[in-house]
Write a protein that binds this ligand. Sequence first.
Ligand code: HEC
Length: 104
Amino acid sequence: MNRLSLTAALLAAAALSAPLAAAADTTGLVVYSARCSNCHGPEGRGKATFAIPTLVGSSISAEEMEKVIAGGRAKMPAFAGKLKADEIRAVARYVKDVLAQQKR
Ligand code: HEC
């Protein structure tokens, strides 16, 4: 990881609550903060008024998440051409292991 992305990770981590940041994989966190949090919110709670679903408590598997992220679904944009395969894997892991595990 270069110095710039490390700084970005630290800034992103500081923006989240401490328990979330402590459990976070930095690649997943950095990708999420840059590409997903504007819609799904920093804690993945979505925006009901814009029909953006919460990711908290999501029961779909990490594999299914990777498919939604790569290929998109309905109003959810596809990220296959915008993120590398390992970034998609990391952000799906972050959603599954950190955001989805929060209390509703
Ligand atoms: C432009 C807004 C927008 C952005 C940016 C966005 N999403 Fe979504 N996302 C949505 C919407 C809307 C849906 C619901 C799709 C549907 O209706 O099937 C969704 C659905 C999902 C789901 C499926 C949830 C479930 O339980 O079925 C996952 C997982 C997800 N998004 C993760 C991500 C990740 C990770 C990123 C960043 C790489 C991201 N999203 C970026 C709008 C967005």
